[in-house]
Ligand binder design. Structure first.
Ligand code: B12
Length: 211
């Protein structure tokens, strides 16, 4: 759809106001929020990621694109999260220590809220102890960790160890995600589940609280 392509292009250019306007227009035209997210915002961010990898663009460009992504998400958020769903349980989420990437984690949080989870978002650069302490204090049954850097993935292992040391490993389920994370890595570190995107993260969270 033309307007979604324009949204993706505007995001790549870091035109945050333009992105917000186009997202509002697309929603006004009756395009489902999920399509605006996938074919507009995420499609644009995928191109940005690829261009950054190939060194065709640089960090300031990625920051501008991230700002545009957030401008779009702000408009989209109320349409992704449905209100008044009964609580399915509490989840503590965050991006692991040393890692500042929070767009994917925030998307997962929005979708979980929409599905009726109470989400306690610790933000980014979250130490293992902070995940565990918050889970204890809030009596959460799930922890969700995000990592976008191969160098920060080991911090996920740290959280699982800290849970074990606190004697809580049986009471709190752990799910992980982020671009470099795989199912194999999740199994290797003893997490309860991995999922590659925000909608499957919701299915995973539901299955973990039901188990
Ligand atoms: C935007 C971005 C940035 C922005 C982040 C802004 C922000 N507020 O988040 C900025 C400019 C700050 C940045 C900085 C850096 N970045 Co950067 N960045 C990206 C980029 C282009 C996009 C990431 C993104 O937002 N994607 C969109 C979201 C929606 O996708 P996602 O995060 O994968 O999340 C989805 C799934 O993974 C999953 N998911 C995510 N979290 C969770 C959690 C759970 C529990 C579950 C179940 C699922 C799940 O669901 C999400 C939604 O569908 C990626 C490229 C890429 N291919 O990922 C590089 C990338 C991640 N960055 C990279 C690098 C190297 C850096 C820097 C080190 C660069 C530098 N030289 O300084 C710094 C590191 C800063 C730090 N300490 O964290 C590399 C990492 C390489 C590696 N393998 O380690 C990448 C892969 C780029 C590349 N190809 O080289 N970056």
């Amino acid at each position: 759809m033309e307007i979604l392509k324009r949204t993706a292009d505007a995001l790549q250019q870091g035109e945050h106001q333009q992105v917000a306007t186009l997202v509002a227009e697309a929603l006004g035209a009756g395009i489902p929020a999920g399509d605006v997210l996938q074919q507009g915002l995420l499609a644009g961010m995928n191109v940005v990621g690829e261009q950054f990898r190939l060194r065709e663009i640089f960090l300031p460009d990625v920051l501008m694109a991230a700002k545009a992504m957030y401008a779009g998400l702000d408009v989209l958020k109320p349409h992704l999260a449905s209100e008044g769903v009964p609580s399915r349980g509490k989840i503590v989420i965050g991006t692991v220590k040393g890692d500042l990437h929070d767009i994917g984690k925030n998307l997962v949080g929005i979708m979980l809220k929409g599905a009726g989870f109470e989400v306690i978002d610790l933000g980014h650069d979250v130490a293992p102890e902070a995940f565990v302490d918050t889970a204890v204090r809030e009596e959460a049954t799930l922890i969700g960790m995000s990592a976008l850097l191969t160098t920060t993935m080991p911090s996920m292992t740290g959280t699982i160890k800290a849970l074990q040391e606190a004697g809580l490993r049986d009471q709190v389920k752990v799910m992980i995600g982020g671009a470099p994370v795989t199912d194999g890595f999740a199994k290797q570190i003893g997490a309860d589940g991995y999922s590659p995107d925000a909608s499957s993260a919701v299915r995973l969270a539901k299955s973990l609280v039901a188990a």
